[in-house]
Design a protein around this ligand. Structure first.
Ligand code: PEP
Ligand code: MG
Length: 328
């Protein structure tokens, strides 16, 4: 099988009916970059910038951040990279950043984390935005924000980037050719504000890891709950369908960057819901590219539409049997 995946490396993933599916990979370190060529992924759909912060004992200086982002873009060549601004706090606590705020949180996943920290500690966001803008000089910068719960948070984050961009222009420094702003959708409340939010951004990336923990009110790291809720449940699938529907007819790319997209039946379901962009763990790129080539979109779409209205007693079993019957 490994050999078969290697053969697929340079093959673009089209479904049987000829639809191109973007199969990208998640990354977070310079050392992840050689994997892009090895797997033949379409790009980096999620670059978790907090990794550099987590492996460092002090706050990474702006120049160090710039160097990392530039190296990542150089390594990616013509393939796109989506940088996510830092998602720290919660369970990824940084003592050096939170020294004046160390209070144990009752619910760290729902606590002071990600963009919430970045908007309160504006210096952090200013430095990161400068680093990203400088690193992407002369190229396209794709940047997205984690844990956005309301549209104003996206606006505030984008405004920091825009003011840094203005400053760089005034200094006659080279800036990116284009800056594309996006948003993670991982807090359910944001899904209710898409009509307001979508006209202001270029892409949405659904973070199903956090989204499912919030939808089910079930800690994603809790060992006793790990098996209890299924990604292939009507609640999640209906939710994801509605989110996708909200983007139809708009100039907004939508994809999934949570672990869900790297699993076979889940990827099949997502494609059946309308998703055409997946960013997944590198080891899943080969298997998912292979899966894509077996899928007939009209067939899985009509099965999913039927199941969303009349859910089978066990969605996973139904999908699994359907996949077998369709030689997927
Ligand atoms: C997610 O929440 O689905 C996601 C992709 O982000 P992370 O796993 O880094 O929280
Ligand atoms: Mg997340």
């Amino acid at each position: 099988r490994q050999a078969a995946y290697a053969e697929l490396r340079d093959v673009e993933p089209f479904t049987r009916d000829g639809t191109r599916i973007m199969v990208m990979m998640n990354a977070g370190l310079r050392d992840d970059m050689p994997t892009l060529a090895l797997t033949g992924a379409d790009g980096i759909g999620l670059f978790r910038t907090e990794f550099q912060f987590l492996v460092s004992s002090t706050l990474p200086q702006r120049e160090r951040q710039t160097r990392l982002y530039r190296d990542v873009l150089d390594a990616a060549g013509n393939k796109p990279v989506v940088f996510r601004t830092v998602d720290i706090g919660g369970d990824k606590a940084l003592p050096y950043l939170q020294a004046d705020d160390i209070e144990a949180e009752e619910n760290p996943a729902m606590g002071w984390r990600a963009l919430r920290i970045a908007l309160d500690r504006e210096g952090l966001m200013k430095a990161q935005s400068r680093a990203l803008l400088e690193a992407a000089a002369g190229r396209t910068l794709n940047v997205m924000f984690p844990m956005v719960s309301e549209p104003w948070e996206f606006d505030a984050a984008r405004a920091i980037f825009e003011s840094q961009l203005k400053w760089l222009r005034e200094q006659r420094k080279r800036v990116p050719e284009e800056v594309r702003y996006g948003c993670m959708l991982e807090v359910p409340a944001l899904a209710e504000c898409l009509d307001d939010l979508l006209p202001r951004l270029s892409f949405i990336s659904v973070g199903t890891n956090d989204l499912t923990q919030f939808l089910f009110a079930a800690d994603r790291a809790h060992p006793r709950l790990a098996e209890r809720y299924d990604w292939l449940s009507p609640a999640i699938l209906r939710f994801l369908k509605r989110v996708h529907q909200a983007t139809v007819g708009r100039q907004v790319d939508i994809g999934v960057c949570g672990e869900m997209g790297g699993r076979r039946l889940e990827a099949l379901a997502l494609i059946g819901l309308g998703y055409r962009r997946l960013s997944i763990t590198p080891a899943a790129v080969g298997p998912i590219k292979e899966l894509v080539r077996r899928i007939d979109i009209p067939a899985i779409e009509s099965a999913m539409n039927e199941w969303l209205v009349n859910p089978p007693p066990n969605m996973r079993e139904a999908l699994s049997e359907w996949a077998k019957a369709h030689e997927i």
